[in-house]
Design a protein around this ligand. Sequence first.
Ligand SMILES: Nc1ncnc2c1ncn2[C@@H]1O[C@H](COP(=O)(O)OP(=O)(O)OP(=O)(O)O)[C@@H](O)[C@H]1O
Length: 299
Amino acid sequence: MMSINETITSEAGMHKETIIPVQDPIAESKRENIHVEEGKTVGTPYSDDPKFKLRNVEVFYGEARAIKNISLDISRNEVISFIGPSGCGKSTFLRCLNRMNDSIDICRVKGDLLLDGEDIYRSKNDVVELRARVGMVFQKPNPFPKSIYDNVAYGPRIHGLANRKSELDDIVESSLRKAGLWDEAKDRLDGMATGLSGGQQQRLCIARAIAVSPEVILMDEPCSALDPIATAKVEELIAEMSESYTIVIVTHSMQQAARVSNRTAYFHLGHLVEVNETTKVFTSPEHDLTESYITGRFG
Ligand SMILES: Nc1ncnc2c1ncn2[C@@H]1O[C@H](COP(=O)(O)OP(=O)(O)OP(=O)(O)O)[C@@H](O)[C@H]1O
């Protein structure tokens, strides 16, 4: 059994030393004779109090099946990380949760995806409403080419959340405060958002997501374009936000998953192999594939 620190040191060491990670997870898992049973996830994929109840989810890009019969509950107010080798389907699965895949013509989603018991893919459901409830922060900060104020006010305006200018001002201030950006932005609210640093822009995007009072925030590698200091600020924010929101985060950094999440889900070639308490995943994973991944046998 490894400690989190040992595991993480070995992850960091993998980059520093000249260990060449095996890049092909299929070849590696065949060589090690490790199998994944379709639809069978080890650990604790289910919850007594699910915010999202996801059953037998499959996602196709044309004929190619990118997500293979995945069932998972995402609990209310938990932070869950999705980890796994490149191309294993983390982002595809994340994007199902607010129907971001709808914009890809060749993409089809099958299975039951329930948010508070309601099927989010029912055609009568309004996608704009869904995305207000399930907000998203992307890999690269993507502020609108507008002022800082207008970026945060955008969602509340289109959803009619404020009747007066003073109400909108309050939403903008409280969202920027929650995103830890108020002190840096309060004297330049009319300045262009694109004039902020990368880390500030990412916190602005978080403020923009928060401004419409979402219940869930999806984060797709939110720190991959940020330096370590900006990353630490976003991670602190995730910890604070977890009191009010359910957070799902895709990350390539095992250290980040270990720092921010309650549970960690390990994906492999479109399968959901293991879901467990984060400490367990990084100290005594149940599945051999999870262990191979966290010990750097394939990347
Ligand atoms: N728009 C698309 N059209 C066709 N195939 C796609 C599309 N987006 C993703 N895929 C394929 O679906 C599979 C899963 O990709 P996805 O981006 O979800 O993986 P990922 O685990 O998030 O990868 P990464 O960590 O590299 O971002 C891959 O085989 C990928 O090539």
